[in-house]
Design a protein around this ligand. Structure first.
Ligand code: EAX
Length: 325
């Protein structure tokens, strides 16, 4: 009899602990590897959500292309196969054209200006619009200002770009930018080390952290600080999943992602000086003061292209342009 009670007791305690401690798992996807900008956001988010929810939520981070490229991750978020993602702005283009507005060349002068717009009502218009394609847009973290690297020659003016085979993200806008600049743009999903190493492409463009974390200094000789596009990540959740959460949990998750984004943007910017020094030390030949006016002139007409003709997309672009003048 005594044994029986003990057994029942154990079952009760075990059962109870299961009920109390069965955390809801949030699957979050990033395409990049640990140390990358996206992963820093994801890891900070995980830490904050688990801590603030007393482990009611557990965040499982899928990284390093373990669940596909960025377009494929977004498709899985739409279907709620995974719940969240920290995804570079570029690939959102093909889901919702409003997203391409933030990737417009030479739009933001610096990170602080980008923060002011993206954290304000204009950024909110983009986040809200993503609901039409199945995403809850939470906030923006950053990849950063993108710079050109290549293995053929030192690029000082836009004329030097002519004929270079440059890998671009899966984004019609990015393709149009490099076509306008005179390159031969080749869309290709991340990562691209092998293609650069084998010379399938001459160059690529990304923020400084990428050259360090992905060791592009081993395979790309020249870099030009073009800063041609400020590249945010859009931090999103599956709308299907979002609607199942209580308002309290929505608030907890939203705030944790905003805090993670703020943490990461600062972290990324703080490290850029040291990165430039490191890339020089590793032997990259860096053009720090290219003739950016020559770049601006070649992309000046993009806003009149078909890509921006949808009225709401065009209107938002003009509003952001006016606000960043
Ligand atoms: O963060 O595809 C790209 O060029 C992105 O910037 C990449 O995810 C690195």
């Amino acid at each position: 009899m005594k044994k029986m009670f003990l057994l029942l007791g154990l079952v009760a305690v075990f059962g109870l602990s299961q009920a109390v401690y069965a955390a809801q798992v949030i699957k979050l996807g990033v395409v990049t590897k640990p140390g990358s900008a996206q992963n820093i956001v994801a890891e900070k988010f995980k830490e904050l959500v688990e801590q603030r929810s007393d482990d009611a939520f557990t965040v499982k981070i899928y990284h390093s292309k373990s669940i596909g490229n960025e377009t494929e991750i977004l498709q899985q978020i739409q279907m709620n196969t995974i719940q969240m993602g920290v995804i570079t702005g570029g690939p959102f283009d093909t889901f919702d054209p409003i997203a391409r507005v933030i990737n417009y060349p030479f739009l933001f002068k610096n990170g602080e200006q980008a923060d002011a717009i993206l954290d304000g009502p204009l950024g909110q218009e983009i986040l809200d619009d993503l609901a039409t394609v199945g995403f809850k847009g939470l906030c923006f973290s950053e990849n950063g200002f993108r710079n050109l690297t290549n293995n053929k020659k030192s690029v000082k003016t836009a004329a030097d770009i002519k004929g270079l085979k440059i890998r671009v993200m899966a984004s019609p806008l990015h393709k149009a930018i490099w076509k306008a600049l005179g390159a031969n743009p080749t869309p290709m999903p991340w990562p691209i080390y092998t293609e650069l190493e084998q010379g399938v492409i001459d160059g690529q463009e990304n923020p400084l952290w990428v050259m360090e974390v992905y060791k592009f200094y081993e395979i790309q000789k020249y870099m030009t600080l073009t800063r041609h596009v400020y590249s945010p990540h859009i931090d999103v959740a599956s709308m299907i999943w979002w609607k199942t959460l209580s308002p309290k949990n929505q608030q907890l998750i939203h705030q944790a992602m905003k805090d993670a984004a703020r943490f990461q943007r600062k972290d990324n910017r703080d490290k850029d000086g040291a990165r430039l020094a490191l890339l020089k030390e590793k032997g990259m030949i860096i053009e720090e003061h290219p003739d950016l006016d020559s770049f601006r002139a070649k992309v000046a007409d993009l806003k009149n292209m078909d890509l921006f003709q949808e009225p709401r997309v065009h209107a938002l672009l003009l509003k952001i342009m006016a606000a960043t003048k």
